[in-house]
Design a protein around this ligand. Sequence first.
Ligand SMILES: [Cu+2]
Length: 179
Amino acid sequence: MSSTSRHLAAAATIVALTAVPVTASAATHGPLVRTSGALADLATAAAGPFDGASAAFQLVASAKGSHAVLRVSGIGADADGYTYGAHLHVGPCVAGSPASAGGHYNTDVIAGILPPDNEISEDTEVWLDITVDDGAATATASVPFVPLPGTRSVVIHALETDHHTGTAGGRLACLPVVW
Ligand SMILES: [Cu+2]
């Protein structure tokens, strides 16, 4: 390695270290958001497994980013054994208006990094797919970023999340997540 490339490597290391956000102090001040309530209906069908269901969501800053927990209960018996995609979306949770929730919260898209299509993953978005067992389900996600505050939502979809595209079918229900 030449002296020049050594210097470049050292400079790159410094950039990498200083680019890591310091979130340890936030972790000592409790969750960024903790909320619970009845799910709002987004489905077009008259009846669905999440009618009457409720959910609790918590987002906590961690040393490496943040950690999310989603717990859903009161799910219809027909859904037992099924897996449903669930994600943090950028927009609000409005009953009867699936589009209001907007797209997935994607840290690269928020940061203006393009093309976002190459950046869709469980490291850039908060994916919380749930598998229903006896009417309830819990999912956790640890991501290397801290979502920015806003009027957001957790959206539950009809299908499992496709790990290449992030899509998960129609929007069935949502929980408002505001912080
Ligand atoms: Cu989604």
